[in-house]
Design a protein around this ligand. Structure first.
Ligand SMILES: [Zn+2]
Length: 273
């Protein structure tokens, strides 16, 4: 079940050579055009694609929390890590080679850029990094995406792994790590797909969202509904929430992708050439 991008390929090369070192200032870019219209004739910029791809990777992560809840899945390890693992499995499973590589490159770039921004903030405030946090540190999330994705097809993805700096010591175990991830999440994804198409993911936003990210998430909801059905309905929305975040609320059974998260991804995005 592979899909390709209908828009120009994201300039992966930009990422491959633009990974920021921890102390380097990050490229800042203003808002993406005026977003006016977004009709078919409006071409998405590379930055639009980048932000949407990172949000999609994070959406798959939140979907992991939702599946753990509504399928009552056992979680043998940290739930946040399990959700990241699902994100990579979904990208590998649903998208063709070129699109999946671009999405993993965007996600990895984001985690590297976010790590650099956090390190710069820590250096300024003197506060230690939040190793106590519920998520693995961004640097580790970066390698989770690169390692697992590489492990899914080592021959085809060796160049990406090398250019993103995956050390040989870790690369050696990535194929087995991917097999375990695929075998674990794959069982449950097979179950959802066996249930066929449905309406279990419920888009709570506008029917014709004007912003690029909301439209990308809405389209993903429609696509997922066309191939699988969850045992219970899960709402999905892109909304303002006063923080750069995304979360699954088990009480409401709703995934919220915060607009501020997209803003933050844009803030630390590479500058277009
Ligand atoms: Zn999470």
């Amino acid at each position: 079940m592979m899909r390709g991008m209908c828009i120009a390929r994201w300039i992966a090369v930009l990422f491959l050579f633009a990974l920021p070192a921890a102390s380097e200032p990050l490229g800042y870019k203003g808002a993406v055009g005026d977003d006016g219209g977004l009709g078919e004739e409006v071409a998405l910029t590379d930055t639009d694609v980048h932000v949407s791809d990172v949000m999609l990777a994070i959406f798959y992560h939140e979907l992991g929390h939702a599946l753990i809840d509504v399928m009552q899945l056992p979680v043998l390890g940290l739930e946040e890590d399990a959700a990241d693992v699902l994100s990579v499995v979904m990208i590998d499973r649903l998208w063709d080679a070129e699109s999946s590589e671009a999405k993993v490159a965007s996600a990895a770039y984001f985690w590297a850029a976010s790590a650099a921004a956090s390190a710069a903030a820590s250096a300024e405030t003197g506060e230690a990094p939040a190793f106590w946090g519920v998520h693995s540190p961004d640097e580790r999330r970066f390698f989770t995406y690169i390692c697992l994705y590489y492990g899914g097809a080592p021959d085809e993805r060796a160049v990406l792994a090398e250019e993103f700096g995956l050390p040989a010591d870790r690369a050696a175990t990535c194929p087995d790590e991917f097999d375990l991830a695929q075998g674990s999440w794959g069982l449950f994804l097979d179950e959802l797909e066996a249930a066929g198409a449905g309406e279990s993911l419920v888009w709570l936003g506008d029917a014709e969202p004007e912003d690029v990210v909301a439209r990308a998430i809405m389209e993903e909801v429609a696509y997922l509904n066309s191939i699988l059905t969850l045992p219970e309905e899960v709402g999905v929305q892109v909304a303002a929430c006063d923080e750069a975040n995304a979360f699954y609320d088990p009480a409401e059974q709703t995934i919220t992708m915060c607009r501020e998260m997209a803003d933050y991804i844009l803030e630390v995005a590479p500058i277009e050439p």
